[in-house]
Design a protein around this ligand. Structure first.
Ligand SMILES: C[S@@+](CC[C@H](N)C(=O)[O-])C[C@H]1O[C@@H](n2cnc3c(N)ncnc32)[C@H](O)[C@@H]1O
Ligand code: SF4
Length: 423
């Protein structure tokens, strides 16, 4: 499978919404059928849902705004704090291992607003020492002083959404920035932060392998500690779904992926997940927690969360429309919907995340994170091995390890489909 877009902690459409009071923490501590030995690591995702313009390919929960005045920013931070406050009983006593402020375009917010947000988080939830705090920034929405001020507020890692180093491609993607602004943003990020990420997309409308090679050269010349490269996908409910652009065919896209693998490796960036490449010591802790089926509390408009209890796993989603979220969160009712993950769904949910990791995972992680015995996945694992999609090392020992083969990595959707529950 080619590098796909990030697994969104925020989906385009919220599931059916119930406006009745939601059960509290006692409800989730009652006896169930799972047996989680200990809570998984906990991350915090914060969604800021506004952008200067809606990009025609984007199905994230992002809404165009002419600008965000200080009052709206202040009210939204108040709502986030109220959301967090109301969520605390579900995560009592737990430490936060990473924070990710995503969007939307979080860099539209003033550093003072981010400072107040992070101070409020720290006052309510203990952060692990060295906790990674990422903020997504778009070129053209900031200047050097802002970057330094974000760092001063406690942001430790910037993720710059460049998407392309070609002006014509940026225009076709409907981006508000140009290459000069992208270059300036990346250079400033490199100066202000010890670790940062550069987001690119490939297989863009009209793109050739030679053009992608030139873009990769530009990106790698900045020596990014981390690079995310996503295959542009046409998502339902986007402008591109209605007016599809001409895209490179599958063979060209696969040639492009080979090019990406070669150039990144030569530049010292190791591919560690389907779409993620990093130097030693610069892997994204926050995303690794998702892929390891860790827990995350998601606050903000449309944010999704996953929280584990000793005998069940809960998924939550917040009100999606910013205005609805603002009103409800300030009343302490930010969650629009929550449900327990059915026991039968857990193997697929775990594998859809963990099999994205190039090095694979210890099989004991499956039992630790789902509360199910390893026997729940032995049959599909055996089938995957027979088809040459995984390697299964030290079987039957405490060090048992599962790793997708290069073929399994190329056909990840076929591999994960083996874990679909029988209906
Ligand atoms: C939710 S966006 C937020 C980042 C920021 N607002 C930006 O646009 O640069 C995170 C990343 O998802 C990727 N992305 C969004 N829509 C995509 C799509 N349809 N196909 C592939 N990647 C996509 C882009 O690379 C983007 O940087
Ligand atoms: S700037 Fe990012 S989040 Fe906003 S619409 Fe474009 S891709 Fe989506």
């Amino acid at each position: 499978m080619s590098p796909s877009r990030p697994l969104p902690p925020v989906l385009a459409a919220a599931p059916g919404v119930a406006d009745t009071p939601l059960p509290g923490p006692e409800h989730f501590l009652r006896p169930g059928t799972l047996r989680l030995p200990a809570p998984p690591p906990l991350a915090l995702y914060v969604h800021l849902p506004w952008c200067l313009k809606k990009c025609p390919y984007c199905d994230f929960n992002s809404h165009a705004t002419a600008g965000l005045d200080a009052a709206t920013q202040g009210r939204y931070v108040d709502a986030l704090v109220a959301d967090l406050e109301a969520s605390l009983p579900l995560v009592w006593g737990r430490r936060v291992a990473s924070v990710f402020i995503g969007g939307g375009t979080p860099s539209l917010f003033e550093p003072e607003a981010i400072d107040r947000l992070l101070a409020a988080v720290r006052a309510r939830l203990p952060l692990e020492p060295g906790c990674e705090v990422t903020l997504e920034a778009n070129p053209g929405t900031f200047e050097r002083e802002r970057f330094l001020a974000f760092r001063g507020a406690g942001v430790t890692r910037l993720s710059i959404g460049v998407q392309s180093f070609d002006d014509a491609a940026l225009a076709r993607l409907g981006r508000v920035h140009d290459v000069a602004q992208a270059r300036a943003a990346v250079a400033e990020a490199a100066e202000a932060f010890d670790t940062w990420n550069l987001d690119l997309m490939y297989a863009l409308p009209g793109q050739t392998p030679a053009q992608l090679a030139a873009e990769l050269d530009t990106a790698l010349a900045f020596a990014p500690p981390h690079l995310s490269i996503y295959h542009l996908t046409i998502e339902p409910n986007t402008l591109f779904a209605v007016q599809p652009p001409e895209l490179p065919d599958d063979d060209t896209a696969s040639e492009m992926l080979d090019l990406i693998a070669e150039r990144t490796a030569a530049a010292g960036l190791a591919r560690y997940e389907v779409s993620a490449f990093a130097r030693d010591g610069h892997r994204c802790a926050h995303n690794l927690n998702y892929w390891g089926f860790g827990d995350y509390l998601g606050i903000g408009a449309g944010a999704h969360g996953k929280l584990s209890f000793p005998e069940r796993v809960l998924r939550q989603v917040r009100w999606r429309e910013p205005a609805a979220y603002l009103a409800r969160a300030l009343e302490g009712r930010a969650v629009s919907n929550q449900h327990e993950v059915a026991r039968a769904e857990l193997p697929l949910e775990f594998m859809m995340n963990a099999l994205r990791l190039k090095d694979g995972f210890p099989l004991r992680l499956f039992a630790e994170r789902t509360g199910l015995p390893p026997s729940a996945v032995l049959a599909p694992l055996q089938r995957a091995r027979e088809r040459g999609l995984i390697v299964w090392r030290d079987e039957g020992t405490a060090d048992e390890w599962v790793q997708p083969t290069p073929r399994g990595f190329d056909f990840l959707s076929d591999l994960t489909a083996l874990f679909t529950p029988a209906r």
